[in-house]
Design a protein around this ligand. Structure first.
Ligand code: MN
Length: 196
């Protein structure tokens, strides 16, 4: 089975100025594509050749197959949550908003807590919002290719803080990238992940 690069739900320049078309071209066109190519090459002739991406992440031991599979999942999950400014649902509502308020006090306090988690993650990795079994929400940090699926957690939002996600646009100013990140999220997508 050959894993495929899913199309982006936006055009390359739709997220500008939060994320430039140059960054999208490199991040999606080069980095995401490379993780996918590596995965497809690595699984040939292994027990992981004909199982789903999610099954690979759940079953593969630490190493190159896990790392590339997790990075493919993480990047698809990341890009799928963005939409052109003006077309995105700007704020969470209903069930998800209630869960955010219950878990963090308010939407603004949640944004602050998630931003701090993304900003303070040392080195390369991902900040995640996880839906617990009881519907409550927690923020986690994962280094490198860390992926909630490997811990049987249900992710609903992520921020990629590898330098390749922001260095072309923000250089060392990770906090500015995280601030702009909130402008391009489509909360309709995140609400639908929460409901599933
Ligand atoms: Mn990345």
């Amino acid at each position: 089975m050959t894993h495929q690069l899913p199309p982006l739900p936006f055009s390359a320049n739709d997220l500008d100025p939060a994320i430039s078309s140059v960054t999208i071209g490199l991040h999606y066109g080069k980095h995401h594509q490379a993780y996918l190519n590596n995965l497809n090459n690595l699984i040939v002739g292994t027990p992981f050749e004909n199982i789903s991406l999610e099954a690979i992440i759940a079953k593969a031991p630490a190493g190159p197959i896990f790392n590339n599979a997790a990075q493919v999942f993480n990047h698809t999950f990341y890009f799928d949550q963005f939409k052109a400014q003006g077309k995105a649902k700007k704020r969470p509502e209903n069930e998800l908003l209630k869960a955010i308020e219950k878990s963090f006090g308010s939407y603004d306090k949640f944004v602050e807590a998630f931003s701090t988690s993304a900003a303070t993650l040392f080195g390369s990795g991902w900040a995640w919002l996880i839906r617990e079994q009881d519907g409550s929400l927690v923020i986690t940090q994962e280094s490198n290719a860390g992926c909630p699926l490997a811990k049987q957690q249900k992710p609903i939002l992520t921020c990629d803080v590898w330098e390749h996600a922001y260095y072309m646009d923000y250089q060392n100013r990770r906090a500015d990238y995280i601030k702009a990140f909130w402008d391009i999220l489509d909360w309709a997508v995140i609400e639908s992940r929460y409901r599933k």
